[in-house]
Design a protein around this ligand. Structure first.
Ligand SMILES: [Zn+2]
Length: 342
């Protein structure tokens, strides 16, 4: 399977991440991508650099106001007296209350950054836009006839909304890939197997019936992002019935995961899409630092083999999966499983 990868992420290395009240370096580090790349290369998959698909693909998913903020925020932040090296919000709008777009950059940061896990540094814009190019190029390969392609995206994307960064994510790579595939296919499905709810993806397609969004994830009763991911969230308006959440208990093992995945695949088949995007998180692994689920390394091969049996042109987009000695082997297993299941 062709791998698309850009090294333009490497200077994006957020140092400001608040966990349980403590400031620390982000878990989303360049080393993640190095390990994933090394594993894919060792398994013999050819690696391609993305072509430049321009600003169109990200503009098809994200608002102009948000893209402008993301591109300019770091330089503007540096002009604030006493500002930190990275943009991080300290005020937020209240859901359901009157909210006007703020003139102040500090206010804009709260408007466009949903949590303290997506600080913006000098190189964040370049890394995020290149990551989106990686996803777009993988989608283009599939449009050009590849049955499947893997986008080694960093930073990840599935927590990013149309106008809001969130959870290590800035641009929603999976959504951008799906929208790119819509050029050819009337219906596209996104299947999210990251251990965290794909809240940004859900939000982007919430009112649409041309892109089915399905997410398997840790139940929001115990797992971030907490506010979303419940089974009763099914979309609204034209999108009602085109969002499926399958929240799973803490410690879910491979057999139980595969049972839920069968439900997800049934929904995808019923939708009859022309193409599929997989938000491929590897953080459901039993030794991932998040410790939310207990999927084994071999389990990822079983998961992707089941997905491959959908028989759809597929773009696999890297999402989470954090530093452990299992990260590289988990990707190798996932890619092997997909190819075996085709
Ligand atoms: Zn995750």
């Amino acid at each position: 399977m062709k791998i698309v990868y850009s090294d333009q992420h490497q200077d994006h290395d957020p140092q400001q991440f608040i966990v349980r009240g403590r400031l620390k370096r982000s878990n989303e580090q360049p080393e993640r991508a190095y390990r994933l790349l090394a594993s894919a290369q060792a398994a013999g998959h050819p690696v391609l650099a993305p072509e430049d698909h321009g600003a169109g693909p990200r503009a098809a998913v994200h608002t102009p106001q948000y893209l402008h903020f993301l591109e300019t925020a770091w330089a503007r932040w540096q002009a604030l007296e006493g500002a930190s090296d990275e943009v991080m919000p300290n005020v937020y709008p209240f859901p359901g209350q009157p909210c006007s777009y703020p003139d102040s950059l500090v206010g804009q940061a709260g408007y466009h950054m949903g949590d303290n896990a997506c600080s913006i540094g000098q190189h964040t814009w370049r890394a995020a836009t290149q990551s989106a190019q990686v996803a777009t190029h993988a989608a283009q390969l599939v449009l050009d006839g590849e049955h499947a392609a893997y986008a080694l995206c960093r930073p990840p994307g599935h927590h990013a909304y149309a106008d809001r960064a969130n959870g290590f994510c800035y641009l929603n790579n999976a959504a951008i890939a799906a929208q790119h595939l819509r050029q050819r296919h009337a219906r596209v499905a996104i299947l999210d197997v990251d251990v965290h709810h794909g809240n940004g993806t859900q939000g982007i397609f919430w009112r649409r019936n041309d892109v089915l969004t399905v997410s398997l994830h840790g139940d929001p009763h115990f797992c971030t992002p907490f506010f979303t991911g419940h089974a009763h969230e099914r979309g609204e308006g034209d999108g009602l019935g085109y969002n499926l959440n399958l929240p799973l208990p803490k410690g879910t093992d491979t057999p139980a995961y595969l049972q839920a995945l069968a439900r997800a695949c049934t929904a995808v088949r019923a939708f009859a899409p022309g193409a599929l995007v997989v938000s491929l998180g590897l953080d459901a692994h039993e030794r991932d630092p998040y410790q939310a689920m207990a999927v084994t390394t071999e389990g990822f091969a079983l998961i992707t083999a089941e997905i491959a049996r959908l028989g759809l042109p597929t773009v696999l987009v890297q999402e989470g999966g954090y530093l452990s000695d299992d990260l590289g082997p988990n990707l190798a297993s996932a890619l092997r499983g997909f190819e075996a299941g085709v």
